[in-house]
Design a protein around this ligand. Structure first.
Ligand code: DGL
Length: 251
């Protein structure tokens, strides 16, 4: 069984890609919405939550776990790998493909404060983005929008505009989505970019397809693929109805 968790519903944007490559597996998804957002929480707090969720999911039978949250990956994946005997697959902002793709030489990164200050992210930028300029912004209010199922319309556009404009003003043509909630706002991001800089071809990069492929490869190597029929167990530390609504309507 594949366990997937996030601070909330954002990890479903990763599950959406995983399901395409592993359609016949059993899944358990944990939305930690009673503790969401993780973005400004301390590393110790996130490690404690990640431990609790991992223990729960392994007790339910998960034998591989996707930390479908950039903030939790940066804060906790190293500890989880030390403490639990299962494999963990994490998220990483897609700085490397973005550095290759940019034509203006300027890459915009949208992520949480926790991800942007993590050494994992800083090291990735140093390693892969030497020849480009990286500009960053926290997607202020994005997580709350998606948690409430708002992924289009004037409210979403106003909130997205605030954080996206500084990146566009700096000249970015490639926007890295460094938080798993943000892909649900991709269309709004592209719409605003088309309005703000119609002369520039702006693209967004979501790391989820690459993470899904990596998960499949690891499961192949470890003999973990079962193909015994799709099932999904949805669980939440908060409002399960909200998770079910997003699962049924946004995927
Ligand atoms: N979806 C998460 C991430 O990828 C966390 C968002 C949050 O809880 O602040 O970073």
């Amino acid at each position: 069984m594949i366990g997937i968790f996030d601070s909330g519903v954002g990890g479903l944007s990763v599950f959406r890609e995983i399901r395409k490559v592993l359609p016949e597996e059993k899944y358990i998804y944990w939305s930690d919405s009673a503790h969401c957002p993780y973005g400004e929480k301390s590393q110790e707090y996130i490690i404690d939550r990640a431990r609790f969720i991992t223990r729960h999911m392994t007790e339910k039978g998960a034998d591989i776990i996707v930390v479908a949250c950039n903030t939790a990956t940066a804060a906790a994946i190293a500890t989880l790998r030390e403490e639990f005997p299962v494999k963990f697959i994490g998220m990483e902002p897609a700085v490397k493909p973005a550095a290759k793709a940019t034509k203006t030489g300027i890459v915009g990164v949208l992520a949480t404060a926790g991800t942007l200050k993590a050494s994992k992210y800083i090291d990735t930028c140093a390693q892969w983005a030497e020849d480009v300029r990286i500009v960053e912004h926290v997607g202020q209010g994005f997580v709350e929008l998606v948690e409430n199922g708002i992924t289009s319309g004037p409210q979403a556009e106003d909130i997205v505009r605030e954080s996206l404009c500084p990146l566009l003003d700096e000249g970015s043509d490639t926007i890295v989505l460094g938080c798993t909630h943000y892909p649900f706002l991709s269309e709004v991001i592209l719409k605003i970019a088309a309005e703000m800089v119609p002369e520039r071809a702006v693209t967004v990069i979501d790391p989820a397809p690459a993470v899904a492929r990596h998960l499949m490869e690891v499961m192949q190597e470890d003999g973990l693929i079962r193909r015994d029929g799709f099932s999904m167990l949805l669980e939440s530390s908060g409002d399960l109805k909200k998770l079910e609504y997003i699962y049924n309507n946004l995927l």
